[in-house]
Design a protein around this ligand. Structure first.
Ligand SMILES: CC(C)(COP(=O)(O)OP(=O)(O)OC[C@H]1O[C@@H](n2cnc3c(N)ncnc32)[C@H](O)[C@@H]1OP(=O)(O)O)[C@@H](O)C(=O)NCCC(=O)NCCS
Length: 158
């Protein structure tokens, strides 16, 4: 396995995270954007994530400081729950580094942070057509699929 270090993201990680996302070739909507435009978007959102304790971004860093993966989690207080829910909005590992335990390590960091914060549960969305779903990545990591839940989005675009 590639040696990795999991650490909290810092504001100066923006450009490397933007390059990581561009190289991932996973998002159609990033394809037509220049690296500078992706950088501007990532830096804007990373600044919001790091502005207070409501979000955590963790990076998996390789030996030479290169980003091999990252995850983004948002700590959501629900009035009806005894503790917050952590919502994992992003989890990505570089194509050449998959299947070596890095995604599992990033989730381990999220679970540890959730325990420290007294969270009630973690949740995430996994599209059923994705390889990660077909290979039961989350189920094997102990996540339970909520088969009775429908996932809704309301598109708000400017
Ligand atoms: C899903 C993902 C985060 C898992 O991270 P990883 O470091 O590859 O996973 P790990 O090595 O910790 O765990 C191994 C498991 O990951 C999954 N996995 C391994 N290679 C994978 C690949 N190329 N694509 C998707 N899932 C893969 C499998 O479930 C594997 O278990 P298996 O070998 O028993 O089938 C990563 O593969 C990835 O970034 N995929 C593309 C983006 C994605 O689907 N993100 C999740 C969106 S919710």
């Amino acid at each position: 396995m590639t040696p990795v270090q999991i650490r909290a993201a810092r504001p100066e990680d923006g450009p490397a995270l933007a390059a990581f996302l561009k190289d991932l070739n996973y998002f159609h909507r990033l394809e037509p954007l220049s690296l500078a435009a992706v950088e501007a978007q990532v830096e804007r959102h990373l600044a919001l994530c790091l502005a207070d304790e409501s979000h955590s971004v963790y990076l998996a860093e390789g030996d030479s400081g290169d980003i091999l993966g990252y995850t983004n989690v948002h700590w959501l207080p629900y009035l009806f729950l005894p503790g917050p829910e952590g919502y994992v909005s992003e989890l990505f590992v570089a194509e050449g580094a998959r299947g070596q335990g890095i995604g599992t390590e990033l989730l381990r960091a999220v679970k540890a942070a959730a325990a420290r914060r007294g969270c009630w549960r973690l949740s995430l969305l996994n599209m059923r057509g994705r390889e990660s779903y077909e290979r039961a990545f989350y189920a094997k990591d102990g996540w339970q699929e909520r088969e009775d839940a429908a996932n809704f989005v309301y598109e708000v675009r400017s």
